[in-house]
Ligand binder design. Structure first.
Ligand code: BES
Ligand code: MN
Ligand code: ZN
Length: 463
């Protein structure tokens, strides 16, 4: 959980001013600085370059002011630059002054930078505190950061401490906290009702058996939104085992589930007038004598038979059964988030998740909110001709294409087969991880897409 002391109320005590200066404005701004400060800036070659921090001290040796190159509005990602201050400035209390591209994102980035995963460490370093800039809603910022922290904590927790049972506990805890009704489907009912979730998860040890987690919140007659998150607590690849380098990060394969829980927290926290349903198929893609095999043909919940071309394409199998279940109920919007393919990373890299939808309005709205929130997303096509790649010789469909071309698109096309009735369906193929730290984005588990989706939902439903 986030500590509220990272963002102090606007009325807070004395704080060190951080003067934010876009590089282009340096000539004018520098002319207004006291002579000693200007001399110090010159001596250290400071010219308000984006991200540059200069700590100035008074004759008493204390920090009197900080100069900061705050970047330009032209580069959307630079809105997060001030985030780095939370960890580069010495502990203390600061306030932001001057010119910021987007003050709300600057404050949010500060909070997001202040995150660290300390569960397994003796010592934690305290970040610098920020006085909430005037005109910003402090509670809203803290709630947003808190949701991101939840997603990161779940992803960063190793599979030894976060298997299907612990993920279930996290879902139930959150449901309880939100005042939602939760239930878990396991064993017989899972095997008969959700055969592919069961098949993927059945090789894990008994205490880590597969399950479908579900909770509902909100008024029965409100617009219906269903969120589905891929909850593969560890992905060995199954019998089509991953090589060491590919398996190393696979504790994060429940990143979709973690993000969906965080999104649910945001939606309920803002009391959006919607009927929310959250589904998390939670499994471990393990290897044992009982593992599902390449060449097996599984019967899905929907009744489509699925030939297993690759046991490592497990995410789409568990999502398919959850999607059919969601699609059986009259629903206005289904959203799934999943660390679904390595191919999405090859196409767009770790920081720009692709999304898929046939709803043109939704696509356009999502693109604009993603940009505004600096929660980048990029639309890729559900290109029908590639459905050929997952035709099966013996079953209705294959779970993997042979050549491996267009892997992220093919996976999205597979999922879409299981959503027939719901008009609006959105799929995000996220990485869920920051491999190289950036301002506001520390190394490790990451929330992706949920701030953009939340902003979109707020714009639609909050009056
Ligand atoms: N969880 C992986 C996808 C993944 C890998 C996400 C690396 C992020 C980083 C998924 O279950 C998987 O293994 N997908 C395969 C599919 C293939 C066998 C058709 C992939 O992408 O290689
Ligand atoms: Mn896999
Ligand atoms: Zn996986």
């Amino acid at each position: 959980m986030i500590t509220a002391s990272v963002l102090l109320p606007a009325a807070a005590k004395a704080a060190v001013p951080v003067l934010c200066i876009p590089a282009a404005r340096w000539p004018e701004v520098s002319a207004t600085l006291p002579t000693a400060e200007l001399a110090s800036a010159h001596a250290q070659g400071f010219a308000a370059e984006p991200g540059r921090v200069l700590i100035l001290t008074g004759s008493d040796g204390k920090i009197s002011r900080v100069l900061f190159g705050s970047g330009s509005k032209a580069n959307a990602d630079e809105a997060f630059l001030p985030g780095k201050l939370a960890r580069t400035l010495p502990q203390g209390v600061y306030r932001l002054e001057g010119e910021l591209a987007k003050p709300r994102l600057a404050a949010l980035a500060w909070l997001l930078e202040a995150y660290s995963f300390d569960r397994y460490r003796k010592k934690a370093e305290t970040p610098a505190s920020l006085v909430c800039p005037a005109g910003l809603d402090r509670d809203e910022l803290l709630a947003e950061a808190d949701a991101v922290y939840l997603a990161r904590d779940l992803i960063n927790t190793p599979a030894s401490d976060l298997g299907p049972a612990e993920l279930a506990e996290a879902v139930n805890n959150l449901a309880h906290q939100l005042g939602a009704e939760a239930r878990t489907i396991v064993d017989g009912p899972l095997r008969t009702g959700f055969p592919m979730i069961h098949a993927v998860g059945r090789a894990a040890s008994a205490s880590r058996s597969p399950r479908l987690l579900e909770f509902r919140w909100g008024a029965e007659d409100a617009p219906r939104i269903t969120l589905i998150g891929k909850g593969v607590c560890f992905d060995t690849g199954g019998l089509d085992i991953k090589p060491a380098a590919g398996m190393l990060l696979m504790k994060k394969d429940m990143g979709g589930a973690a993000n969906v829980l965080a999104l649910a927290k945001l939606i309920v926290g803002a009391k959006l007038p919607v009927r929310l349903k959250v589904l998390v198929p939670a499994v471990e893609n393990a290897i044992s004598g009982d593992a599902f095999r390449p060449g097996d043909i599984l019967m899905s919940r929907k009744g489509l038979s699925v030939e297993i071309g690759n046991t490592d394409a497990e995410g789409r199998l568990i999502l398919a059964d959850a999607l059919s279940y969601a699609d059986e109920e009259q629903t206005d919007l289904i959203v799934d988030l999943a660390t679904l393919t390595g191919a999405a990373r090859v196409a767009l890299g770790p920081d720009l998740p692709p999304f898929y939808t046939n709803d043109e309005t939704l696509a356009a709205d999502l693109v604009s909110h993603a940009e505004a929130e600096n929660d980048p997303l990029w639309r890729l096509p559900l290109w029908p001709p590639y459905e050929k790649l997952i035709e099966s010789k013996f079953a209705d469909i294959n779970n993997a294409s042979e050549g491996g071309f267009a892997g992220s698109i093919v996976a999205a096309l597979f999922l879409r087969k299981f959503v027939e009735r719901t008009r609006s369906y959105l799929h995000l193929d996220i990485f869920g991880w920051t491999p190289v730290a950036k301002p506001g984005r520390p190394f490790g588990g990451e929330a992706q897409g949920i701030r953009a989706i939340f902003a979109l939902l707020k714009s639609r439903y909050l009056r």
